[in-house]
Write a protein of this length. Structure first.
Length: 473
């Protein structure tokens, strides 16, 4: 078997909106921040397309033999004209370099026999909703067989893995590398993604294919590497704060023994991250005032930005690509403040977190001016607690003590509710207290009632808010 290289990508979601950032970027009381925000708006509007351009550059730089696209290339069935034109431009560049493209459709862009007004160049193979197999060639010689099938509908319920099987090589041909190209929800890997085209790892292994090029799960994961390689490359660009970490494509090098070695190559121009700062008063070196807290956040974000840059350089080096092939991604972080701290009351004051975030942004703009990497705070989540012992406060014979006792009684009722779920006459906590909000007929289709853990979190947050207001008086 001749060694070869291919690139595996999925979930480009071209022209998809970034969830939860539009208002944050558009609404600013600080006029000095507007140029910075406009820069970020431009970055977000082009992020998915920039990732596509970088995907094309990786294919060219690695001299890939072919590109696999495992579904959800568009964010909607037809795809915007902007998305289809950008994709065609990328395919034309690959055609000029002799790089084939094999693509299947997913739940966001199921296969349609209707033409879109834009035809693909001759190097592109688009699979329909029936299983088919095509050969990847190099100079007319077969390198691999690519088996694929697209979703027929937006809610594909079939186990599409059952349509795959290894093709029998003719006796005159040596063993050929065989690939399954599929957009699916693998058992245990669904996460927040809908369970469309559900299948299991044993379903994939039973086909005896050499490599499974999957799509649907947005975080990059090598589920299994040997002897059958099963890979989700993740999305090329994270679309919201919960899609954190590097996003890109897999560059897969296959050796003469048919062993696949996938390497993640970051492509995303925007990288989301979660940063949690535990401010326990008893912990050594914990910030004692807001200035110290701000310094800690800035230092941590600078260090994280540096690690992201180093990670990108390392990935480029592993694939023999130019280290500075493109700028480091913009870092957009969600900051969570937790722990028992004397700063709790200050942080919970109206407007405090907004003021802290705006001041941090001013400092970050200065840092960004010194380098070439954007650093941005998506939001600051307050999860701190007062240094006082709430259970002890609950023993006090005053209104503050009564607030804690009522809260604990509600939490106890919720725990008991779980154990007595068989009792049809007993109201669940959401039914009893949140029914007006969550159980109106018109809202139930779109708003899910909170579960036990979410109810407890609501009670805890309400308790802290009451204590802050009452203690403040």
């Amino acid at each position: 078997m001749h060694p070869f290289t291919f690139v595996h990508a999925a979930d480009l979601h071209l022209d998809a909106p970034f969830r939860g950032v539009s208002l944050a970027l558009e609404d600013s009381a600080n006029s000095a921040a507007q140029p910075h925000r406009r820069s970020l708006q431009a970055l977000f509007s082009r992020a998915g397309f920039t990732a596509l351009e970088r995907l094309t550059e990786v294919c060219l730089a690695c001299k890939a033999d072919f590109l696999l696209l495992a579904g959800d290339i568009y964010n909607a069935a037809e795809g915007s004209l902007r998305a289809r034109l950008a994709l065609r431009d990328a395919f034309l560049r690959l055609e000029q370099a002799g790089i084939a493209v094999f693509l299947v459709k997913g739940n966001h862009d199921p296969f349609s026999s209707e033409t879109t007004g834009i035809s693909w160049p001759a190097n592109v193979v688009e699979y329909d909703s029936q299983m088919s197999t095509h050969t990847a060639l190099r100079s007319g010689e077969p390198l691999a067989l690519v088996h694929g099938i697209s979703h027929a509908t937006e809610k594909e319920g079939r186990n599409l893995a059952h349509f795959f099987s290894r093709s029998q090589e003719p006796s005159s041909m040596e063993k050929i590398f065989q690939i399954g190209l599929l957009h699916c929800a693998l058992d245990g890997q669904e996460g927040i993604h809908a369970k469309y085209a559900p299948c299991s790892l044993p379903d994939l292994v039973a086909t005896q294919l050499d490599y499974w090029a999957l799509g649907h799960v947005h975080s990059p994961q090598i589920i299994r590497q040997s002897p059958i390689c099963v890979v989700y490359p993740g999305s090329t660009q994270g679309l919201h704060v919960n899609e954190s970490g590097p996003h890109g494509c897999m560059v897969v090098q296959v050796d003469k023994h048919g062993v696949a070695n996938p390497t993640l190559m970051p492509l995303a121009p925007v990288q989301w991250e979660h940063l949690t700062f535990t401010l326990d008063a008893a912990t050594e070196n914990t910030p004692e005032d807001i200035v110290a807290l701000e310094s800690l956040i800035l230092k941590t974000m600078q260090e994280l930005a540096q690690r992201i840059t180093e990670g990108q350089i390392k990935a480029c080096t592993a694939l023999a690509l130019p280290a500075a092939i493109w700028p480091s991604p913009a870092l957009i972080a969600r900051v969570t403040l937790s722990g028992r701290t004397a700063l709790h009351h200050e942080l919970r004051q109206p407007g405090a977190l907004t003021a802290l975030q705006q001041h941090l942004e001013e400092s970050l703009r200065t840092l960004c001016a010194e380098g070439n990497q954007e650093i941005w705070i998506r939001d600051i989540i307050p999860a701190t607690r007062p240094t006082l012992d709430i259970d002890t406060v609950g023993l006090r014979p005053d209104l503050i003590g009564e607030v804690v006792r009522v809260a604990r009684a509600l939490q106890s009722a919720e725990q008991q509710d779980e154990h007595e779920a068989h009792n049809k006459t007993k109201l669940h906590l959401p039914d009893a207290l949140l029914g007006e909000l969550f159980f109106r007929t018109r809202l139930r289709e779109d708003i899910a009632a909170p579960d036990k853990s979410e109810c407890n979190a609501i009670i805890e947050e309400a308790t802290l808010l009451c204590l802050d207001l009452l203690e403040g008086k």
